[in-house]
Design a protein around this ligand. Structure first.
Ligand SMILES: [Zn+2]
Length: 69
């Protein structure tokens, strides 16, 4: 491993964008990074966005230091 940053770009993000494109579908998450990405991407969609809700729920089940307002 070279410690490359794979947050800004790369195949993971492309996969996540496709996988979580539909607000009405509920997809699982393979990593915290994926959940954070989805939470950010769908963050302003409101209570009817299952992607946002499931991402928040996923992140809420983990003890990380992310500051969530
Ligand atoms: Zn959404």
């Amino acid at each position: 491993m070279s410690g490359r940053v794979r947050w800004r770009s790369g195949p993971d993000r492309d996969l996540w964008t496709t996988r979580h494109r539909d607000c009405e579908s509920e997809a699982g998450f393979d990593s915290l990074g994926e959940a954070i990405f989805v939470r950010t991407a769908h963050g302003g969609h409101g209570p009817e966005c299952l992607q946002s809700l499931s991402a928040v729920a996923y992140l809420g089940g983990h003890n990380d230091d992310d500051h969530y307002e």
